[in-house]
Design a protein around this ligand. Structure first.
Ligand SMILES: [Zn+2]
Ligand SMILES: [Zn+2]
Length: 167
């Protein structure tokens, strides 16, 4: 099942859809020859119906938004203190071992001593499920298991940026 590069909707391949391809062409003795071809993107009928200019404009917007999101994630990852984040979620952790690691009650499964926080690498491990993750997946999993709501990566980034404003 393919997804539309613009709207992300699943495309039923039985229905018509658009394919944006990138061909390198040459013309020898009036005969057109494709010397290289790259299949770029599959676009649903709705998104493609306004023509190539609209498709390219939308792809640029998506790409810009994606770049901005990645930059924001990078900045947040660099500035957020994992222990501050845990405190924000009322998770109290105890230091274990010699590294900058802490053990807590797993917030996702409510199980004692099942949640390891690695403050240096800004990661966590839930031993109940064998789940590891970063600050963004923490928000997504917390919302799913505790707040019972679906949070996207973009929303998780916004939640973190609100709690820990970037200077
Ligand atoms: Zn579409
Ligand atoms: Zn757990």
């Amino acid at each position: 099942m393919a997804q539309c590069k613009i709207c992300n909707k699943d495309i039923d391949m039985k229905n018509p859809y658009f394919v944006l391809s990138f061909n390198k062409e040459t013309s020898e003795d009036g005969t057109k020859k494709i010397i290289q071809s790259e299949e770029g993107a599959i676009i649903c009928e709705e998104c493609g119906s306004e023509g190539i200019n609209s498709v390219l404009r939308n792809l640029k917007l998506i790409n810009d938004a994606d770049t901005q999101l990645k930059e924001k994630m990078h900045l947040l990852e660099g500035s957020i203190d994992m222990l501050h984040l845990m405190k924000e979620y009322k998770i109290s952790a105890e230091k274990v071992g010699t590294k900058n690691q802490y053990l807590a009650k797993c917030p996702f499964h409510d199980q004692e001593s099942s949640f390891l926080i690695d403050a240096d690498n800004k990661e966590y491990f839930c031993f109940c499920e064998g789940l590891a993750g970063d600050i963004f997946s923490f928000i997504i999993n917390y919302d799913r298991d505790v707040s019972q709501k679906h949070t996207t990566l973009k929303q998780a980034v916004d939640i973190l940026a609100e709690k820990f404003p970037l200077q």
